[in-house]
Design a protein around this ligand. Sequence first.
Ligand code: PMV
Length: 311
Amino acid sequence: RLPVEASACGKVILLGEHAVVYGRPALAAPVCGLRARARAEPLPPGAGCWIEAPDTGERLRLSEAPDHPLARTVRLALEHLGLPEPDLRLVLRSELPVAGGLGSSAAASAALVRALFRWADRTPEPEIVSALVYEIEKLHHGTPSGIDNTVIAYERPIRFVRGRPPVLLRIARPFTLVIADSGVPSPTRETVAAVRAGWEREPARYEALFDAIADLVQEAEACLQAGAIEALGPLLDANHRILQELGVSSPLLDHLVEAARMAGALGAKLTGGGRGGNVIALVRPEDVEVVTRALRAAGARGAFATEVRAD
Ligand code: PMV
């Protein structure tokens, strides 16, 4: 048999992170230019199934690392396919920063799942990929809302509410984001736990902040449907302010967001779990260069533009 390959995109949360864990809606979009890629290569009979991640130097045998998230992913997919352990080498590579809020863990799992389905001459429906990856996200995040696995499995901009099928977003006009990496890894599990601790201390205040985020999400969805891209900027700014109040920003993230705005971004915010990871800035196409440069000058490790469109 010939080797097969599959990939999965990264993602950004446009608005609504953290509140989405508490049942509020959130908007997310795929980042098609940054991908995790899995390659499945046949091995001689009896060799067993090996998973290799050259980026992190990991190499494990499926039967000997039962609890490793990558091994769990492979086992889940094989169970779904009704296959025994194959003689197979799975090589996973990723362009996504780890713990950067761009969905690196969900993308890795989704790429592996797709490669195994392809190996079995099957094409998985997005809801199958999403459900399998969600099982793995639970290992990483504790109580994930499910937004990462969903947007990555569908590879389309979505409106997401926990426990419901996603709604594909209607986007009248494509728009451009600059995504900038603070270079600070920040496990989502920790920021989600910090928000949970605050919510337990001051439930009424946190519920009000989540409601305020939900209102911004609703307004943003209306802007996207109407093609009112300029009006989206202040909504991102307002969402960032609430994330500051939730305690998930950081001086560096605030500095990056401010630098983007000063350079002409229409709005900017942290994206994902926060405290580290990435920020997004909404920019007019002609301002991509200057905002990207300003973010780098302000301390971002990397900054690049991505277009969000409905198809
Ligand atoms: O995986 P991240 O860092 O993009 O964060 C996911 C968004 C949160 O709302 C913070 C957590 C969740 O499970 O939805």
